[in-house]
Design a protein around this ligand. Structure first.
Ligand SMILES: C[S@@+](CC[C@H](N)C(=O)[O-])C[C@H]1O[C@@H](n2cnc3c(N)ncnc32)[C@H](O)[C@@H]1O
Length: 257
């Protein structure tokens, strides 16, 4: 079941419209349901970007901008574009960045599957807890590869079904049973049942790693966090931009960089 009917009509679960409805409670839900671990996971993703000075970063499915803010704080000369289809999540994101006094983050509404940016126009691209919600993930990953400059990093953080073992069982219990109930109680809606279902439906880390590679990225590391309840994928763009490829095809001199 990928849709839910409500007073506002039919909404695709995981879509920007669904997040519009829960935007005001999203940060609280996130903290409580991840037992506060989400902050540390995002910090790992920020370090994995490994940016130089004056870097330009695209944060997809930016939501309320937690990752975008962490990136701007960790890299004081970086500028960040946060993209999300949910105007309500972006409204809260704008308030948070203003409160934090950060003016190096801008926001655009849009989908990860169709990016209105030039080839190789970012030094790094991130997506945290967002790729699960994207209907055509392969297409989104190809877009991420396209807009990242050669050598730039693509960092994906995503929730997963915790692995085997007794600690994994405790984590699995939390994800399968505690998390959806907690979400329903806290948010007063049933959208958070979608969270558990979408985590269960997400491919195993090694399979998703193959999808990343098929999109034209070199997978550097796949790191399970919190007994596999979260996975950090770090990849590098190997793409030569279309314009350079065309120039080489027409006999131009290959750039030495
Ligand atoms: C769980 S939130 C993650 C927010 C944020 N990245 C974080 O770390 O908290 C998922 C976000 O994915 C967005 N989303 C849904 N479909 C999307 C799409 N096709 N492209 C980009 N973002 C999408 C939702 O609007 C929502 O803000």
């Amino acid at each position: 079941m990928n849709e839910q009917s409500g007073s506002g009509g039919t909404v695709r679960l995981g879509s920007g419209a669904m997040f519009d409805a829960i935007a005001g409670r999203y940060d609280l839900l996130n903290r409580v349901m991840s037992l506060g671990l989400d902050r540390g996971w995002r910090r790992r993703a920020v370090r994995a970007l490994d940016l130089g000075a004056n870097a330009r970063v695209l944060d997809l499915a930016t939501g309320t901008a937690d990752l975008a803010i962490d990136i701007a704080r960790a890299y004081p000369t970086a500028s960040v574009v946060g993209l999300d289809p949910s105007p309500e999540m972006l409204r809260i994101a704008g308030e948070k960045t203003a409160r934090a006094g950060i003016d190096r983050i801008s926001f655009v509404t849009g989908s990860a599957e169709e990016l209105a940016f030039d080839d190789a126009s970012f030094d790094g691209v991130t997506i945290a807890f967002g790729i699960r919600n994207v209907p055509d993930r392969a297409r989104a990953l190809r877009e991420m590869a396209r807009v990242t400059r050669p050598g730039g990093r693509v960092v994906v953080l995503e929730l997963a079904e915790p692995r085997e073992g007794w600690l994994g069982s405790v984590a699995r219990l939390h994800v399968r049973h505690v998390l959806p109930r907690l979400g329903s109680i806290l948010s007063g809606t049933s959208e958070y049942r979608y969270l558990q279902r979408s985590i269960a439906a997400f491919p195993p880390a090694e399979v998703f790693g193959e999808t990343i590679a098929a999109a034209g990225l070199d997978v550097m590391t796949i790191e399970p966090l919190a007994f596999g309840a979260c996975v950090l994928f770090v990849a590098k763009s190997r793409q030569v931009s279309t314009s350079v490829a065309t120039a080489i095809g027409h006999g131009a001199t290959e750039p030495s960089a």
